[in-house]
Design a protein around this ligand. Structure first.
Ligand code: ZN
Length: 335
């Protein structure tokens, strides 16, 4: 794996929006830029079981390891080292935040999908979310009905985690969880899956709901600056994605309950006011268990108390603006 930015990532970071080039790559692959941060790759031939694969990274600009993993894949497709057998759309989510090494500039991009960008028209990320929705829609609209529609949105987390690599399965409404996808997540090295129980304004919920894609948010480790990632820690997802695009995934064992723990969101900790106090260490890891009766947080008269001893904390962040989610309390789940 190379850590030098390929010409794909260089193109994104230069934010060259005046020209949208088309590049001829090795092995008859064509790369077509649809926006300064969105590139589609067309394999040379037709596939009898086509997949339309959307990979997104940099939705949070400081989560650099997934950007490096995907960029190295693009470089290897460009050189012909990695064969491409499926349609591939790569979205580098928030290039301005990537340039500045920030999670976001005005507003968290991964809270602006599903049309939520219309409520934050002044945020720089609003146009970004609208563009990504449009590009995802254009891409999946081309997929024939028998094609597999896949979206993996790659992230790293602000904090450490009891389960270093975990997936968030967006709320599916009436659809069933897909056993083949659950088996593939295990193949990637995913150690736990959160089954979301309500709609969310995330990119993966959007593509799952609007285009019936198999879509996941993948949290793959801790966020570090460009050049400071130990990419060997991302070998599982790197290998699985390379096998996916080149059609070399080995036969996978069926998903079995107990392959990895499943959780569901029980409730959100909402920060109603600046009086909100989170009674967890600032360094607390995601999925830290909450002992029965533990006072998790309080906000004026409101108290959030752990119940039963099997609950865990996810994404605690007391620094959010009042009115927003300051953490999720999760509990064990079964399918
Ligand atoms: Zn993220």
């Amino acid at each position: 794996m190379t850590t030098q930015p390929s010409r794909f990532l260089q193109h994104v970071l230069q934010a060259n929006t005046t020209t949208l080039p088309e590049w001829q790559l090795a092995a008859g692959v064509t790369a077509r830029w649809h926006a300064a941060n969105v590139v589609e790759l067309f394999p040379a031939g037709q596939h009898s079981k086509p997949a339309f694969i959307l990979l997104s990274c940099g939705i949070h600009g400081n989560e650099t390891a997934p950007i490096e993993v995907i960029d190295a894949m693009l470089a290897d497709i460009a050189s012909g080292t990695l064969p491409l057998h499926h349609r591939l759309l790569v979205a580098f989510g928030n290039p301005k935040a990537m340039q500045q090494g920030e999670r976001y500039l005005d507003y968290d991009l991964n809270r602006l999908f599903n049309g939520a960008h219309q409520q934050q028209p002044d945020a720089q990320e609003a146009a970004c979310a609208a563009l990504l929705e449009q590009e995802a829609g254009r891409f999946f609209a081309q997929a024939p009905s028998h094609a597999l529609r896949l979206h993996y949105d790659l992230h790293t987390a602000i904090r450490g985690s009891v389960y270093e690599k975990f997936a968030i399965y967006p709320f599916l409404h009436q659809r069933a969880h897909d056993p083949a996808q659950l088996a593939w997540l295990k193949h990637c090295g995913i150690e736990a899956v959160l089954l979301h129980s309500k709609p969310a304004n995330t990119f993966s919920y959007y593509t799952s709901h609007a285009y019936q894609a198999h879509a996941f948010t993948l949290e793959l480790g801790k966020a570090r600056p460009f050049g400071h990632n130990d990419l060997s820690r991302f070998a599982g997802i790197d290998q699985a994605l390379r096998q996916l695009v080149s059609d070399t995934t080995p036969p996978l064992a069926d998903y079995q309950p107990g392959d990895y723990p499943l959780f569901r969101a029980k409730y959100d900790l909402i920060k109603h006011s600046e009086a909100f106090r989170l009674h967890l260490d600032a360094q607390v890891e995601n999925f830290t268990a909450l002992p029965d009766g533990f006072l998790i947080a309080e906000d004026g008269a409101e108290r959030y108390v752990a119940d039963g001893g099997a609950e865990r904390i996810l994404f605690p962040n007391p620094g959010v603006k009042p009115g927003l989610r300051a953490g999720i309390v999760v509990e064990p789940a079964t399918l």
